[in-house]
Design a protein around this ligand. Structure first.
Ligand code: ADP
Ligand code: MG
Length: 209
């Protein structure tokens, strides 16, 4: 897809900002009630600082990562900061994006989050949305499904991953302090990750169908 990357980041930022209270309420249940506030502050700053005319995808994503690292506190700042910096890797110097690039970006994002957070899938974190999403995207690409179908499957897997976080105990991050009492609540970071993927899908649908 020819990429209007600023608009895509704007779409993600708008979705995060719209869900600020929802994400914060989720974090109130099993954390310290700041996830939505943190992420909304970060993306408000991203949208203010990001150059609208930069077309190098890698440069834009690196900038997003740097702003999130500097503006978002808590666990999610360094984790999302790393995620966007790593997403830049496969598209440095590129101005257009393929779905295959998207898959490589998601792989790099997951590897970066794992490296930074030392978590694995099943610990009630953003990885529980992102890893199933990557698997669904990979399967769609292997099947030769069209982009819309691949992105639908990716987002559905992310949503199912978020649902799954309700059934498990947190063993990483602040929610792990609650032990078994974290069961029954959905993970805020997995939720913001699913919201991000959904925004990317919507951006695609609105611009490239
Ligand atoms: P904090 O927990 O420091 O207040 P946030 O509330 O902004 O930070 O973010 C919490 C989210 O961060 C959690 O819901 C979880 O998804 C994610 N998270 C926490 N620790 C880790 C980790 N080690 N690896 C991956 N994700 C993590
Ligand atoms: Mg928190």
């Amino acid at each position: 897809m020819a990429t209007k990357i600023y608009e895509c980041i704007q779409k993600i930022g708008d979705a995060i900002i719209e869900n600020k209270d929802f994400l914060t309420d989720l974090d109130r249940e099993i954390g310290d009630a700041d996830h939505g506030v943190n992420m909304a502050r970060g993306f408000t700053e991203v949208l203010a600082q990001l150059p609208q005319d930069e077309t190098d995808l890698g440069k834009v994503l690196k900038k997003v990562g740097m702003v999130l690292l500097s503006k978002v506190g808590g666990a999610s700042g360094p984790l999302y900061g790393t995620a966007y910096m790593k997403a830049a890797g496969p598209v440095n110097g590129k101005t257009e994006l393929t779905l295959e690039d998207g898959k490589e970006m998601l792989e790099a994002v997951i590897a970066g989050i794992k490296m930074r957070g030392k978590a694995e899938r099943g610990e009630k974190t953003m990885l529980d949305a992102l890893e199933p999403a990557l698997e669904a995207l990979t399967k769609g690409l292997e099947n030769g499904d069209d982009a819309q179908a691949c992105l639908n499957a990716m987002c559905e897997a992310a949503r199912e991953g978020v649902e799954y976080t309700k059934t498990i105990r947190a063993t990483k991050g602040r929610a792990s302090y609650l032990g078994d009492r974290s069961i029954g609540h959905q993970d805020p970071g997995a939720t913001s990750s699913a919201i991000t993927l959904e925004a990317i899908k919507e951006f695609y649908v609105e611009n490239f169908k």
